[in-house]
Design a protein around this ligand. Structure first.
Ligand code: CP3
Length: 359
């Protein structure tokens, strides 16, 4: 797939398709990976989940490595993403996290009062998240001979705050937005702690061997551009400024951001994630072609029969027009019941068709 080092020590994958595209350099074909590429749509994952909870998989470095490698073994992907979740870092702040069957994540002691905010600890990721850092070191050993780079990630301050304050998934995010609007003093304390945690965690993952970092701000599109600019951007920027000190490319991802892409870009990141609610060429025009972009197929497109799926994937590549600096991905995570065969066909098609768009 790419150049690899056969001598001792970590491989130099700086010339791999994925890393070149992250730097805005031209590649032989468009690199592709899929958000949430390890997970329940794969039988191998479901098999491991019969014997382990998701937190057990995440906290056992050997198991986390095994899960990370499942999609790499199954498909011709250009990057792996370490198997973890955005929420375990909150445990280090003193929050009690549980993934409940059918409910999704639950925080048993959500942050609601001034005392709750002040009690939030500022954890050292090297100490609290050593299991993921160990998993990164272990996974690199498996990936290096294959020439596949590894992505480390963190949740962004707003998305983390949303879970910490709401106590789980939420429809209107009334509690988190109320704290933001009514208590900017508390909001600042909490968001500063979350930003430092996210930034420090990303740096720790790069030190452990992650060659690219991604900041997930999955729920940021629930905000107006005004709220984003005034109450969230400064903290995303703090996290991204800290992450930038690691010296590896950083992808800044959000969904529902069509109305505020310039603000997302202003917060930072070398590569900007784009979802399917805007055409890729329009988004790229707004960001400027010197900024690499990642996206932007609707994940539900993978449920279509192949001719329709091919047409939609082709449209994304045609809009990218063979320009350097496009990483093909879904606009958000892969959906649980996704047919595995379509994933394989899609990944192969991206490589095949994108080659024909060069020069
Ligand atoms: O992409 C990958 O393959 C790496 C693994 C990964 C997971 N979560 C594993 C996971 C990544 C990158 C995440 C990020 C994550 N987690 C985000 C941001 C990205 C996004 O999709 O928006 C968010 C918001 C979370 C929080 C979270 N974790 C939720 C809401 C849920 C439950 C909902 C669901 O899909 O079941 C999780 C659980 C989770 N994280 C699963 C996986 C594979 C499924 C849990 C299981 O095995 O039962």
């Amino acid at each position: 797939m790419s150049t690899q080092d056969t001598t001792n020590g970590p491989a130099d994958l700086s010339q791999s398709r994925f890393l070149k595209a992250c730097r805005g350099e031209q590649t032989d074909a468009t690199p592709v990976w899929l958000m949430r590429q390890a997970g329940r749509y794969m039988a191998e994952y479901r098999e491991l989940r019969k014997k382990n909870t998701i937190l057990e998989l995440i906290k056992d470095p050997a198991l986390a490595t095994e899960v990370t490698m499942q999609p790499i073994q199954a498909f011709d992907l250009d990057a792996a993403i370490i198997f973890a979740d955005i929420l375990p870092p909150l445990e280090g702040m003193g929050l009690q996290l549980e993934f409940q069957k059918g409910e999704g994540p639950v925080i048993h002691n959500p942050v609601r009062t001034e005392a709750d905010v002040r009690a939030l600890r500022q954890p050292d990721p090297e100490e609290f998240l050593h299991f993921t850092l160990d998993a990164i070191r272990l996974t690199r050993k498996e990936l290096d001979p294959r020439g596949v780079p590894l992505i480390g990630f963190s949740g962004a301050p707003f998305t983390l705050a949303s879970y910490a304050v709401e106590g789980g998934s939420s429809r209107n995010r009334v509690l988190v937005k109320s704290m933001m609007m009514n208590r900017p003093d508390l909001w600042d304390i909490m968001m500063t702690k979350l930003a430092k945690l996210a930034g420090d965690y990303l740096v720790a993952q790069a030190k452990a061997g992650a060659q690219v970092l991604q900041l997930f701000d999955s729920w940021v599109g629930e905000l107006s551009p005004y709220e984003y600019e005034n109450f969230v951007l400064p903290y995303s920027k703090l996290a991204l400024d800290i992450a930038a000190t690691a010296g590896v490319p950083v992808i800044h991802f959000g969904t529902n951001t069509s109305g505020m892409l310039p603000l997302i870009q202003k917060a930072g990141g070398d590569v900007i994630g784009v979802d399917w609610r805007i055409n890729l060429d329009e988004a790229w025009e707004i960001l400027g072609h010197s900024t690499p972009v990642q996206g932007n197929l609707d994940p539900v497109t993978l449920f279509a029969e192949w001719p329709a799926l091919e047409k939609r994937a082709k449209d994304v590549l045609d809009r990218a027009a063979g320009r350097p600096g496009h990483i093909f991905n879904l606009g958000h995570g892969i959906v649980i019941e996704t047919p595995v065969d379509n994933v394989r066909k899609l990944v192969d098609y991206i490589h095949e068709y994108s080659r024909t768009l060069r020069g």
